[in-house]
Design a protein around this ligand. Structure first.
Ligand code: ATP
Ligand code: MG
Length: 796
């Protein structure tokens, strides 16, 4: 820089805003303030020298003496340019560092007394090391920091004057003004370099982070750019080849499918919206899959497809007869139902509900109706459904969401007016996930189902054209509101005669055909079928019977397949045992009632009627009553009533019941039993016990008992009678007030069974108990009236 002219004692002071001047640098400055313009003009008229110092705060317009830093540099104005707006651009060559020692004027601009501020240099290895360190670090920073020109790297590498090095770098860095000022003011060069290397280390760190971020952004950009370019190329190639991009093709295909369907407005809007979204999403994204799946569901539903109903009643009659034996009353009801449909096609159809034990043909009747009408048939099981979502679906936001069972069945049916058979409506559960019964109600209710909304589809589907038939084993557990909307058709169990006819006409031919046999190879005799019915099944319906017939057919089919020359196997009673093995069931009543204290009762359960045995025993004790077996509360109460009545009427010592505990046991079949209709059976068992008279083994009974010995009517007489027949019972004692129910009981069953009608318990006991062996009195009519038989007392 050549030896600067002698430093004058005083210099005008040019305060710098936001900049710290460093020695030996060339600094371009804009000068706008009036007093500074004047200052520059003045020095240009003289030796061109001035003092440059940083202001202490960039906010001050025209800093006073106290508002500038103490250290600065001497500068010589090398060039000046006047800008039309009146400001100046100057280029100042900075000289050595100076210190302002005091001010001699502050008007029109600051003038200060100045002194040199020379470096303190202590040569040594430390200084050299510091120099190297600073050079190295700086050169790395230059690589990462865009604002530092690369020429600086060279300049720094070639500069070995420690002080000049510090100044050069300090001036170039974009660090805080105070930090720069501190570097300028540090006279000890080693200390200044140390300070500088700390600053550099920090800057390097910042630069490294910055460049990491930068390069990540860059590579991200590169990748998406690359993908974009490749996609464009792919598109061009496909266009060239006349192909479409698979994603677009897929959307186009879905759109075509949906366009071909007459969708309701709401659905059309929804579909268009989703198609629009689909187009914008990359094919590989999860969202894409979800939307495509959704649109596929929409496209798969029968929005505008229906089948034409065949309402020809003669045809319906034919189909029903083809598939089912007898059940005349049921068929009549079905035909009436169809007749109404025919006369009033758009009448909101009521819902049929078939109630009856398993295997009596509920499902197969539904299939027949569908066949007669020419509708598609779908079965939906409501049994065990606890979650509303099974019926109505899950919202699409769930992972793996699907429509509910109703919408799925519609898709399977492929028509908007199928026949849906909703099975086991009595076995629907409910838990915290919502009440499926109310969802089912919405499905079935003609008032609501035109606007059925599945959670997944989230648009309405009109279910009003669907014909619903529900089935149940019992109506007891069907929620009231649901029951109210259904037209109930009861199907009772079959008698042995009916089973025989069903087997001969329907089950045997069907099973023969299923096993691939010819009619010439196998035949079932009536006795054979009866043996199967009596010994191998105990059911209200015919499902087990059909299974056993099937099993027999398969045994014969196997022989044929193995090449045996089978002329014709005639399945007789004996052949049944040979083909199928030992009898599974034996008449039990006879064996059980060998002993006094056991009575045979008849019970109704959802799977049909059943026989039950009541066993009574007594042991020394304190007059307690124990009731065991799978017995409900109502049944326990009637046990108590039975005991009270017997206690009041048995011809026993006054003290006997006080000294004995009585135990009533109802050996449980699989089905829990409850209800009051076992009252008379329990009274009979107790009376049999205390009188020592056995219960007749051909007799079973049913009836509720009151404390005064009245026998009250019961339900399910037909099922109970059928159960009696199955168990080999020939006499049934039933409440007198049930006599009109005899009408329900098929002729041939009435012929097989003797009915004894009882008005009070005395009638029951008289009919049920065997006569006393020695002719003694066994119970006292109206004991409380003091008419206890004298000889009974004497006997004991
Ligand atoms: N009256 C009948 N005539 C001819 N076949 C019958 C008759 N009743 C029932 N079947 C036959 O018995 C079998 C069982 O009937 P189905 O499956 O319809 O019983 P279900 O009442 O629906 O029983 P579940 O309550 O167990 O569902 C079927 O193969 C059916 O064809
Ligand atoms: Mg069924």
């Amino acid at each position: 820089m050549g030896a600067p002219p002698e430093l004058p004692a005083e210099l005008p002071v040019l305060p710098l805003r936001d900049t710290v001047p460093f020695p030996d640098t060339l600094t371009p400055l804009a000068v706008g303030q009036e007093r500074s313009v004047r200052l520059v003009n003045d020095v240009l008229g003289g030796d061109r020298m001035l003092a440059m110092v940083a202001s202490r705060s960039p906010d001050i317009e025209a800093p006073g003496p106290d508002q500038v830093h103490e250290y600065g540099v001497v500068g010589t104005v090398a060039r000046m340019l006047k800008v039309p707006d009146g400001t100046l651009r100057i280029l100042v060559q900075a000289g050595p560092r100076i210190r302002l020692t005091g001010f001699s004027a502050d008007q029109p601009y600051l003038v200060a007394r100045v002194a040199e501020a020379p470096d303190v240099v202590r040569e040594g290895p430390e200084l050299t090391a510091l120099v190297r360190n600073v050079q190295e670090t700086f050169s790395r920073i230059v690589e990462d920091v865009p604002y530092l020109p690369e020429e600086l790297q060279m300049a720094v590498a070639n500069l070995d004057d420690p002080s000049a090095l510090a100044h050069l770098i300090g001036g170039a860095l974009r660090i805080k003004t105070e930090e720069k000022q501190a570097l300028l003011e540090e006279l000890d060069v080693a200390r200044r370099l140390r300070h500088l290397s700390e600053v550099l280390a920090r800057e390097l760190e910042v630069a490294a982070i910055g460049s990491r971020i930068q390069s990540r952004v860059q590579s991200e950009l590169d990748r998406s750019q690359r993908e974009y370019v490749l996609r464009q190329q792919l598109k061009a190639i496909q266009e060239e080849l006349g192909e479409r991009d698979p994603g677009e093709a897929e959307v186009a295909e879905l759109r075509e499918q949906l366009d071909a369907i007459a969708l309701p407005d709401e659905v059309r809007r929804q579909a268009d919206r989703e198609l629009g979204r689909l187009e914008k999403l990359p094919q590989a994204s999860a969202e894409h899959g979800v939307i495509r799946n959704y649109l596929e569901w929409i496209a798969a539903l029968p929005w505008d497809t229906t089948t034409d109903d065949n309402l020809d009643l003669a045809h319906a009659r034919e189909v029903l007869d083809d598939d089912h034996y007898d059940i005349e009353r049921v068929k009549e009801r079905i035909l009436e139902f169809l007749a109404v449909r025919r006369l009033k096609p758009d009448a909101r159809g009521s819902i049929l509900c078939f109630v009856g034990p398993p295997g009596v043909g509920k499902t197969s009747l539904g299939q027949s109706i569908a066949r007669a009408l020419g509708r598609k048939f779908e079965r939906i099981s409501a049994g065990g459904v606890r979650d509303e979502a099974e019926i109505r679906g899950h919202r699409r936001t769930y992972i793996g969401a699907m429509p509910g069972t109703i919408i799925r069945a519609l898709r399977d049916a492929g028509s908007a007016n199928p026949l849906f058979m909703i099975d086991e409506i009595d076995k629907m559960g409910a838990d915290y996930r919502g009440d499926p019964a109310s969802a089912m109600l919405e499905v079935l209710d003609p008032e609501q189902n035109a606007t059925f909304r599945d959670h997944y589809l989230d648009v309405r589907f009109d279910l009003s054209k669907v014909m619903f038939i529900t089935t149940a084993n019992t109506l007891d557990t069907v929620p009231g509101p649901l029951r109210d909307r259904m037209e109930v058709i009861q199907l009772a169990g079959y008698t042995e005669e009916e089973k025989l006819q069903i087997a001969k006409r329907y089950l045997v031919p069907r099973q023969i055909e299923r096993t691939g046999l010819r009619k010439s190879q196998i035949a079932f005799s009536d006795a054979g079928l009866k043996a199967i019915i009596a010994e191998r099944t105990r059911e209200a319906g015919v499902r087990g019977l059909e299974r056993e017939i099937g099993a027999a057919c398969r045994k014969v089919a196997r022989r044929v397949a193995e090449g045996e020359d089978v002329r014709k196997v005639n399945v007789t009673a004996a052949r049944v045992r040979e083909l199928l093995g030992r009898p599974r069931f034996q008449p039990e009543a006879r064996r059980r009632t060998q002993q006094a204290g056991v009575a045979t009762g008849l019970a109704w359960t959802p799977v049909g009627g059943d026989v039950l045995f009541v066993e009574a025993t007594a042991m020394p004790g304190k007059g307690r009553l124990t009731v065991t077996g799978q017995v409900g509360d109502v049944m326990k109460e009637s046990a108590q009533a039975a005991l009270s009545w017997v206690r009041g009427h048995a011809a026993l010592d006054d003290g006997w019941f006080g000294d004995h505990d009585v135990h009533l046991h109802v050996p449980a079949g699989a089905v829990p039993k409850d209800g009051p209709s076992a009252g008379v059976t329990m009274a009979t068992a107790l009376m049999s016990l205390v009188s020592g008279r056995r219960v007749r083994d051909d007799t079973a009974m049913t009836g509720e008992i009151t404390l005064t010995g009245q026998v009250l009517p019961i339900g399910g007489l037909k099922e109970k009678a059928l159960a009696a027949q199955r168990a080999g019972i020939t006499r049934v004692i039933a409440p007198r007030r049930n006599e009109p129910d005899l009408e329900d009981i098929p002729e041939h069953l009435r012929a097989d069974l003797e009915f004894v009608w009882a008005g009070e318990i005395g009638d029951v006991l008289e009919a049920a108990l065997e006569p006393p062996r020695d002719g003694r009195a066994w119970f006292a009519e109206g004991r409380d009236r003091g008419m206890l038989a004298a000889e009974t007392q004497a006997d004991r």
